[in-house]
Design a protein around this ligand. Sequence first.
Ligand code: HEC
Ligand code: HEC
Length: 301
Amino acid sequence: MHPTVTFLARLAISCAALTPGARATAVPMHEPPLLSSVPAGPEGDLIRLGHKLVTDSAEASPEFAQNGLKCSSCHLDEGRQPWSAPLWAAWAARATEGSFPEVVDACYTSAMGAKKGPGPTSRETVAISAYSRFLAGGLKEGVSHEGRRLKMIPGIKEGTFDSPRADEKRGEAVFVKECVACHGADGAGNDAAPPLWGSRSYTSSSTMVMICCSSAFIKSFMPKGKADLSDQDALDVAAYVASQPRPAKGGDAKGDQDIAAMVKYYTRLAKKFIKQQLYSVQKNYPSLFQVLVNFFGVSPF
Ligand code: HEC
Ligand code: HEC
């Protein structure tokens, strides 16, 4: 597959391209600077705008933040919280390769319900980048620091969509007992907590639908204020939440899973497979390959 296509396919299913997370080390956790230390002037204004876009997304960018979420619904504590995909760590890790703006743009469509993202050079992306760089406060760039991404539940690999260990039925009971009080019986959220599914929640292309990410987030931070679920309960309730309807990417709030995107993805995989087979026929049975080319009248490549 062409590298650009591979890259786009990865972006399409996730908010962030998944790479191995930070290894546990004895390095002390980064403490981002306080917002009150942002200087006056245009650079300071840009940082403050970035903060507003992250924490008050619908107010600051109504044309792009189109559901019931803020960036900080998931990037907790205004993007500061370690193991909640903190923005400072994302900035530090991605600054040298330059992928930060693309990921922000992808998050607008996959997590925030935008039909189309603002683009990697937009006012929104530039301001969120400035805010994230400010939070990073001079952290070494090009490094995946301690506290980046999410803390996976032991035995659950990063990039896992689903797990045989997770039981959606048991998860329903956990949900009723532990989550309904804030997120509501219909998961639709309210003033106290954001929506977990339904037309105002993240799309089926968000990384949050992957069992690895949602179980990690829930285990570390939910129920809010007393995150005390067992690994099993966190996995089960994550599977239950993932089984509920949510919008497809592109703002089409049909409330069903993004079947069209999955069909496209598997068609691409199938095409790649067929192409590989044809290559090996060409290599190992050149005369048979020539017969095929003559028969169809065109080369398959
Ligand atoms: C529904 C929850 C959710 C919302 C809302 C959300 N994100 Fe994310 N975001 C995630 C998850 C989950 C990841 C992947 C974390 C991982 O790979 O470990 C992620 C990844 C990222 C990353 C890359 C992290 C890294 O370390 O490489 C950035 C940057 C980011 N999001 C920015 C944003 C911005 C900006 C917004 C708002 C415009 C936003 N996100 C909204 C859940 C969300
Ligand atoms: C005490 C209230 C409370 C309880 C109980 C609670 N949450 Fe949350 N949850 C929140 C709030 C508030 C946020 C938004 C982030 C923040 O402000 O800390 C959130 C965010 C989330 C998110 C990311 C944003 C989104 O809307 O998807 C998920 C996933 C989540 N909670 C799952 C759960 C699950 C599963 C349970 C039950 C095990 C649960 N929560 C229990 C208050 C709560």
